[in-house]
Design a protein around this ligand. Structure first.
Ligand code: HEC
Length: 108
């Protein structure tokens, strides 16, 4: 291999390494966005970050820890807890998604 080729190879390697770092950073952002996006589907009724809607008449959910919230979401999903909206809604999410949402919205 000529020196010129080697230099080009090293440069290409460095370029590829920087691309990997870039895409890793990007996928971390994408994951964050996905988590926030899932939790945002609850905001219509429960307010942003579960802070409630003034005169919305909906239960406040930012009072629950992530653990308590996940337990309620799973109870809605399994039918153990009855409700008007939440049973159908909770069934639309995988257990993994419910966990992400509960972690996102639960009281820290
Ligand atoms: C269309 C309105 C609506 C949306 C959207 C909605 N909820 Fe609810 N939520 C309710 C209502 C109404 C209740 C009371 C139980 C019932 O009637 O289903 C409730 C109850 C709850 C409770 C129980 C609160 C308690 O004090 O035990 C939790 C937890 C909850 N919701 C979480 C969520 C999460 C998380 C999302 C997003 C995935 C969500 N809700 C989306 C309307 C909604």
């Amino acid at each position: 291999m000529s020196t010129r080729h080697m230099k080009a190879t090293i440069a290409l390697g460095a370029f590829l390494a920087s691309l990997t770092t870039f895409s890793l950073a990007q996928s971390a952002d994408a994951t964050k966005l996905y988590h926030r996006g899932l939790a945002a589907t609850c905001a219509n009724c429960h307010g942003t970050d579960g802070k409630g809607v003034v005169d919305g008449g909906m239960p406040l959910i930012n009072t629950l820890t992530s653990e308590q919230m996940l337990a309620q979401l799973k109870a809605f999903k399994s039918g153990a807890r009855e409700g008007t909206i939440m049973p159908q809604l909770a069934k639309g999410y995988s257990d993994e998604q419910l966990e992400i949402i509960a972690n996102q919205l639960g009281k820290k």
